[in-house]
Design a protein around this ligand. Structure first.
Ligand code: ZN
Ligand code: ZN
Ligand code: FE
Length: 762
């Protein structure tokens, strides 16, 4: 006869704030297994007593039936002598011990809550802060672990008896829902004018906001992880005014649609894209536009862009607003260009002064800024391009115990990472560390990450570039310093998210990053593993006249490229459109700079190669944001099917890396442009050439596993065709999905390297 046993189960992962304890409670009650469950800083701990086969079944059912947003990373159990439990209870949280429990991201409103918000009989009818254990704010309101109400910005709201009863009832959907609230006891909205005077409150505030937006006004709306600036997306003048005031000339603006049906009128929508849009993560998804003739959208939403960044309402407030508006609105982050998003209403009044006409605010404090994430579908799976709301701060699990390090990322699209236990936690998108505001946000994210995870890093890791503010921050810290080359960090980041730990050929292509040799890299082929790398090949280098200035003036890059391969003859190309785009004085000056090699840093950047090609074929001479010319070149090949390509050569140099020589490529592009070959054809040939360069190097290096990383691989055509061609040639390609290929992924790669180094030194 089998005897009663007691088991103790420890579950790690995203298991707090998703209704995990009520789930365990119900399961144990149903299976009549007495014991208890507790949330601790290490995760969820369960003890139950019963016959061994019943306990086995209990373990199986936990795995099989776990709540929808739970993520079990590890589940361990040990068998113990029974102590004679008689009931099953939920014990109160225990804040002791090291903090390794996962912080959950913010989750979009669930269907059950949505039904309540629009049910006139429900006590939460039109209440903008409705949530439950399956949805609502998490990361944006957490001040510390474990995830309990006193450790959130909801601590200032005492629950009314009805809310408290829900919170205490293990069978209720709101059992231990930390942000639980209702109109009687929870946060409220107010409408403020530009001076901060209250114009309306409760539902009236929402109704007046709707009126103002209908009239073409600019609204600053406090949401989940920060403020949005909103205007009617059909109103060209309103959009123009927003662009001018926000100092955002051409960069596409994100839209919020009332529902999937209204979105379908403007964009193609695949099943996967729709699933991502309505998911709990609810990111902005880049979608291909339908024929614009039937579009209701203002033309200046996303100029020259066949894609739209679109999202659906993801909080009750957004659902209520959009339900009243019934048309798409611009929902761009509440900031000036390049600054971090505003999170506090008083700060918003100052920073958005003169920009927003009205402010729809509320009194639930946002603990940290969390931007909308941006996702694109590539190779039939999602690729996160900006990782914030819905995803951050979920970690990458490295599978083994790690040293404690802080990685401070790169300069643009900055994120930071922190290792803890077996996980590397990646922060939300912080942004370009160009402004004082952004640098302040960067420091705040670092201190709040260290506080929440109670981490005391043994080492701080940064880029090689001495001018990055992140590098300077790292150098000032007391911990020991480790520096990682930029493109190697890209490769390590892609290896980590794909969970590979073996030598790879890393194709690391982006706009710019400081190389080990002091020149600017960006078209790199690195033979790499977690211990180090060797630069086995790179694109031929060329001079970049006026350095960083060329980033915003691609015709300068074109001039540098052609000067490299043609010398003085480039100045005879007086018929070429890109040459005609220079004011004569500029051209003389740039010519002098090239001849005398003044302010002409050499680079092997693939991103700049794109810019130069775009300038020559697409007459793209001025851009207002980095990567714009390359993006437009990609968009130009819309729908073209072509396997044609331009010539290129691979040069071997003595005891050094292979050099991919694009000079014949550029000359051929020049000829095509002169012959009037369509931009679409030129673009397809150019892209195909780059893909074959990758394949050619892969064959010569003969490394089976190939990692595609760096900002250039946000380009869907390049990424998809490189994957396809490498597979055809027998290689195994890896690319990004949950971590951005751009510099948002750098901090993860830095952390991986530092953890390995510290481990080896021990
Ligand atoms: Zn809910
Ligand atoms: Zn209440
Ligand atoms: Fe980069």
């Amino acid at each position: 006869m089998s005897k009663t046993r007691r088991i103790r189960i420890i579950i790690n992962g995203a298991v707090q704030g998703v209704g995990f304890r009520p789930f365990i409670y119900r399961l144990a009650e149903e299976m009549q297994l007495p014991g208890w469950v507790n949330n601790t800083a290490q995760g969820v701990i369960i003890e139950v007593e019963g016959l061994p086969h019943r306990l086995e079944w209990f373990l199986e059912r936990i795995k099989a039936e776990q709540p929808p947003h739970a993520l079990i990373q590890r589940m361990e159990h040990e068998s113990l002598d029974p102590v004679g439990f008689t009931t099953f209870e939920i014990r109160s949280s225990d804040a002791q011990g090291g903090k390794t429990a996962l912080l959950l991201p913010d989750l979009a409103t669930c269907s059950a809550c949505l039904a309540e918000i629009f049910d006139p009989q429900n006590r939460r009818y039109l209440y903008p802060f409705t949530n439950c254990t399956h949805c609502g704010p998490r990361f944006s309101i957490i001040e510390g672990l474990p995830y309990d109400r006193p450790n959130t910005s909801m601590k200032r709201f005492a629950m009314c008896p009805q809310c408290q009863a829900e919170y205490d009832d293990p069978l209720d959907r709101r059992f231990h829902a930390q942000p639980n609230a209702c109109p009687a006891c929870g946060p409220q909205v107010e409408l403020w004018d530009q001076a901060g005077k209250i114009c309306a409150d409760h539902h009236d505030a929402v109704l007046q906001t709707v009126d103002a937006l209908r009239e073409g006004k600019i609204g600053a709306i406090k949401g989940l992880g920060g403020f949005h600036l909103m205007v009617d997306a059909r109103n060209e003048d309103a959009v123009d005014r927003l662009r001018m005031l926000k100092r955002r000339e051409e960069k596409p603006l994100a839209l919020m649609f009332p529902d999937v049906e209204s979105l379908r009128l403007e964009c193609h929508l695949s099943d996967l894209e729709e699933r991502i849009l309505v998911s709990a993560e609810s990111p902005i998804v880049l979608l291909e536009r339908l024929d614009q003739i039937n579009s209701v959208l203002a033309e200046n939403i996303a100029p020259h862009n066949p894609y739209l960044g679109a999202m659906l309402p993801y909080t009750p407030l957004h659902h209520i607003l959009m339900g009243l508006l019934k048309f798409p609105i611009v929902a761009t982050s509440g900031n000036l260009s390049d600054e971090p998003i505003c999170i506090d209403e008083h700060e918003a009044l100052q920073r958005l002064h003169g920009l927003a006409d009205i402010f729809l605010v509320h009194n639930r404090p946002i603990v940290r800024h969390v931007d909308d994430s941006i996702v694109r579908v590539m190779m039939d799976r999602q690729q996160i391009m900006r990782r914030a709301r819905g995803y951050a701060p979920l970690p990458v699990d490295m599978g083994g115990e790690l040293a404690s390090v802080l990685a401070v990322g790169a300069h643009l699209k900055n994120t930071i990472s922190l290792s803890r236990g077996t996980n590397i936690f990646i922060s939300q998108h912080i942004g370009d560390l160009e402004t004082e505001q952004a640098y302040k946000a960067f420091e705040e994210v670092i201190s709040s990450f260290q506080k929440v995870f109670e981490a005391k890093p043994q080492a701080v890791v940064c880029d090689l570039h001495p001018d990055y503010l992140s590098t300077q921050f790292a150098k000032q810290s007391n911990a020991s310093l480790i520096q990682v080359q930029h493109h190697y960090a890209h490769v390590l980041s892609c290896m980590a998210e794909n969970q590979i730990d073996k030598p790879v050929l890393g194709v690391s292509w982006d706009g710019t990053g400081l190389g080990q040799d002091g020149t600017i890299w960006g078209g790199e082929f690195l033979l790499a593993d977690r211990d180090g790398y060797q630069r086995v090949a790179h694109l031929r280098t060329f001079p970049l006249p006026s350095g960083d200035k060329a980033i915003k003036q691609p015709q300068r890059t074109a001039l540098g490229l052609l000067y490299e391969c043609m010398g003085e003859a480039v100045f005879n190309l007086t018929d070429a459109a890109f040459m005609q785009s220079f004011p004569p004085a500029d051209l003389r000056l740039l010519g002098d700079m090239l001849r005398k090699d003044i302010q002409c840093p050499r680079t092997s950047s693939a991103g700049r190669l794109f810019d130069g090609a775009a300038s020559i074929v697409a007459d793209k001479h001025k851009v207002s944001y980095e990567g714009q010319a390359a993006m437009e070149l990609e968009f130009a090949l819309h729908g073209v099917v072509s396997r044609e390509r331009y010539p290129f050569e691979i040069l071997s140099t003595e005891n050094a890396a292979l050099v991919v020589d694009w000079s014949t490529t550029m000359q051929a592009i020049l000829t095509d442009a002169a012959d009037g070959v369509s931009i679409a054809q030129c673009s397809a040939r150019f892209h195909n050439t780059l893909v074959e360069m990758i394949v050619d190097i892969a064959i010569r290096v003969d490394q089976k596993d190939v990692v595609l990383t760096g900002g250039c691989f946000q380009n869907r055509y390049l990424c998809e065709n490189a994957v396809r061609r490498l597979s055809e040639e027998g290689f195994t390609p890896y690319w990004h999905s949950i971590v951005p290929p751009n510099d948002g992924g750098i901090s993860l790669g830095q952390a991986v390297y530092a953890c390995r180094r510290l481990q080896k030194n021990l």
